[in-house]
Design a protein around this ligand. Structure first.
Ligand code: BGC
Length: 767
């Protein structure tokens, strides 16, 4: 066991301050003494050094900046953390320099964007949210943590929990879509998966939940643009998944780049220090996004780097990602205003606490085990999990005449579309250490599964090029069925990848029309990282499978679904618009005084050129089987606002011919309240697998606090009156309703969407 610096400091402090011996104190008290003692020994420069995160490389050339000058900085105690680094062996050496060659020997924190897998790449987060299976999201994060920690990492910048209601925003791919309840479940599940039960274990890493604030509300879907959301929307919608992550114990957050109501988040003391820390009681490590401290100047709230440093510190940002504003300018700010010293100490303490939670003071090398690295990374077990989660993430949008599943003895299949053969794209926008060579493409998987496949790429997804169309049409004409991969490649969604149009890019629409004109049965496999506006595909294709970007097992997962070995059970985590101009088209909008009416003589909330409804609603997703919903039963018709709870049960039957998964969705509406309430809000769901003919009884337990609203005067409030509860297969496919009453009034404590609705499944009587 390494003799730790903290133990040494504790010994010194015990002598000097005559504190009781360690065995006489409880563990927390001992630990506080440790950190106090260490802080007391640190110079101002060493303290600031702990708040500095530097890049050890670039995301695509990890460790490339770790030259002699960088190591000297570590020796001088000028660095607290590195990002864009990896590898058990190189990071052991870097850690050794920090621990053995710096004056205080404080270990470094190593971090990276492990967003949907480290080497075993899973579906992009939007796809994983389409599984509506938080256990799958947790399982993915556990595996990602196991691999990343084996490669020497302590910290991932994930989960990304920004609510996104405008698919023009490219970063919609990184999160769980438009809904705060679904987003909260996915957030909490991933935090649990990354962090496990004990951060000090060698295979757990800290979650860096991001990007705190309302990054997803960027105006016009333009990345980095400001958000103009009211307090209620901020609290009920955008902050809810962050709150769920706090409840799940996230050890860190990253601040957003953008401004909310004119105040850039990284310098927003009201949002960070007051709401996040004081109100929520969260005391973890708060990291800025990439150069976001420096960007406070470009936002126009800081006149100098020194100002920017002060603002961020006052807002309680503990660590400055790569801008070196803390490194170079915080000292001057503190010398000018010594009142900042307690804030500095708080920040340093939080960094040190995080290192301690990870067990780094006990054993700084426990994350650097080369044998474990070789054993766990891309193991068969991990690959299998990637396939299962990929299958769960697929959404069947349309299936006319049950063209799917394909018969096992199907004859010639024409497989068309460049994306079917594009391995890199399946890795998505944050591929960490994922490699194209690990990916099994749709083409490879289909050719392996079926003896008669003719492939034609047709057209590139983005180029203005239709040269390949005749070949694609010929392939279709010579085949019995066409499988057409359409959509966006990996580089069309993600950071700084906003679009002004949600239509199929390039000349893909012409490719689609040409193939549809052949009259052959046409199955579209829609790939990409955002909802697209595809009315023509929805109209003319026989079947549409939304397959997103599914990771290394994309091809086998899609092929298993095409042939019915896997029955699609995913549901949309974000609405699909009919046209770009329709966004945002989220399902939980406010009611209008004049709801849409098809009668053109009435002035109502409508478009002249489009139906008001989305093309595919939030929660939509079909199956190769069908499900019947029985009667709702509630155990109480009335509950008190304070501490009330009710259970709702509903039988669900697989009424079709094959096994399948249904996502049973529970929505609520508060029809009369002190402020106008959304037409519906998700408040529970459960993915359940049923054999043909099988019935299960689902039970949901709701607490009265889950019906709270953010009141006009501020604060959470549960109000008296009726609540309508709705259960169904999609937000536009409600099968059963019931009304209950709340009596009395009380204050709530947290965003209702952040609270989990517990559910159970039990066997029902066969119908
Ligand atoms: C992104 C973050 C990411 C960071 C480090 C930033 O540009 O906004 O999501 O974690 O880079 O790669």
């Amino acid at each position: 066991m390494i003799r730790t610096l903290l133990a040494a400091c504790l010994a010194v402090a015990t002598v000097l301050a005559d504190t009781p011996p360690a065995w006489a104190q409880d563990e927390a008290a001992v630990q506080d003494t440790d950190i106090d003692a260490l802080l007391a020994r640190m110079t101002l420069d060493e303290k600031i050094g702990q708040l500095v995160q530097r890049m050890g490389g670039r995301s695509k050339s990890l460790n490339s900046r770790l030259g002699p000058e960088e190591l000297d900085k570590v020796r001088r105690g000028e660095v607290g953390s590195y990002l864009h680094v990896a590898g058990a062996e190189p990071l052991r050496e870097l850690q050794r320099v920090a621990v053995e060659e710096s004056r205080l020997g404080i270990p470094l924190l190593f971090s990276m964007d492990v967003v949907h897998g480290y080497r075993t790449i899973f579906p992009v987060p939007l796809a994983m949210a389409a599984s509506w299976d938080p256990d799958a999201a947790e399982r993915h994060a556990r595996i990602a943590a196991r691999e990343a920690s084996a490669a020497g990492l302590h910290w991932t910048f994930a989960p990304m929990v920004d609510i996104a209601r405008d698919p023009r925003w490219g970063r919609i791919v990184e999160g769980a879509g438009e809904d705060p309840y679904l987003g909260s479940r996915m957030a909490a599940a991933q935090v649990r998966g990354f962090q496990g039960d004990d951060l000090a274990e060698a295979d757990t890493i800290i979650a860096g939940t991001k990007h705190f604030g309302a990054y997803g509300a960027a105006e016009g879907g333009r990345d980095y643009a400001g958000a103009d959301v009211g307090e209620r929307t901020l609290r009920e919608t955008y902050l809810a998944p962050f709150r769920a992550a706090a409840e799940a114990g996230t050890a860190s957050y990253m601040t957003a780049f953008n401004a909310v109501d004119g105040v850039p988040t990284t310098g927003n003391a009201a949002l960070l220090r007051t709401t996040l820390r004081e109100e929520w009681g969260w005391n973890g490590l708060l990291l800025s996004d990439w150069r976001a401290v420096e960007e406070l100047m470009a936002h126009g709230v800081a006149g100098s780097r020194e100002d920017a440093a002060r603002l961020a510190l006052e807002a309680s940002v503990d660590m400055d990602m790569v801008a070196d504003v803390y490194a170079l300018d915080l000292k001057r700010a503190i010398e000018t205003d010594p009142g900042l010293i307690p804030l500095l100490d708080q920040a340093v303490r939080r960094v040190l606490e995080t290192k301690r939670k990870l067990g780094l003071f006990e054993d700084p090398y426990q994350y650097h085990d080369i044998a474990r690295e070789a054993e766990v990374i891309l193991s068969d077990l991990h690959r299998r999990a990637a396939r299962e989660i990929a299958q769960e993430s697929i959404v069947l949008l349309k299936n006319e005449g049950n063209v799917l599943p394909l018969a096992k003895d199907a004859k010639r299949i024409a497989l068309v579309g460049a994306l079917a053969d594009d391995a890199l794209s399946q890795l998505g926008s944050w591929r960490a250490q994922g490699r194209a060579e690990d990916v099994v493409t749709l083409r490879a998987a289909l050719e392996a599964a079926h003896s008669d496949v003719v492939f034609a790429s047709g057209t590139d997804t983005r180029a203005d090029d239709v040269q390949g169309l005749p070949e694609a049409v010929a392939a279709a004409e010579g085949a019995d069925l066409v499988v057409l991969a359409l959509g966006e490649d990996f580089d069309w969604s993600g950071e700084a990848r906003s679009r002004s149009s949600l239509e199929l890019p390039g000349r893909q629409r012409e490719l689609f029309e040409a193939l549809a004109a052949t009259g052959k049965p046409l199955v579209v496999v829609l790939m990409g990282g955002r909802p697209l506006a595809i009315p023509e595909v929805a109209e003319r294709a026989d079947a549409v499978l939304q397959t997103w970007l599914l990771g290394i097992e994309a091809g086998p997962a899609i092929v298993a679904t095409l042939f019915g070995e896997s029955n699609p059970g995913g549901k949309l985590p974000a609405s699909f618009p009919r046209a770009t101009g329709q966004v945002p088209v989220n399902y939980d909008h406010l009611p209008s005084g004049r709801p849409a009416d098809p009668d053109p003589s009435k002035d109502t909330a409508r478009y002249m050129d489009q139906p008001i409804t989305p093309l595919y609603a939030f929660g939509h997703g079909l199956s190769y089987t069908s499900f019947d919903y029985g009667e709702i039963v509630v155990d109480k018709n009335e509950i008190p606002a304070a501490g009330g709870s009710l259970t709702l049960t509903i039988p669900v039957t697989n009424s079709g011919p094959v096994r399948g998964d249904e996502v049973v969705q529970l929505y609520m509406r508060d029809p009369v309240a002190s402020v106008s309430r959304p037409v519906m809000q998700l408040r529970g769901f459960r993915r359940v697998g049923l054999r043909a003919g099988e019935t299960n009884i689902l039970t949901f337990t709701l607490e009265s606090e889950q019906f709270a609203l953010w009141a006009a005067e501020g604060g959470w409030k549960v109000e008296p009156g009726e609540i309508e509860l709705m259960v169904g297969a999609a937000s536009d496919d409600i099968r059963q309703r019931v009304t209950v009453r709340i009596s009395g009034e009380t204050a709530g404590t947290i965003a209702p969407a952040a609270i989990e609705t517990l559910s159970t499944v039990s066997a029902g009587v066969e119908p």
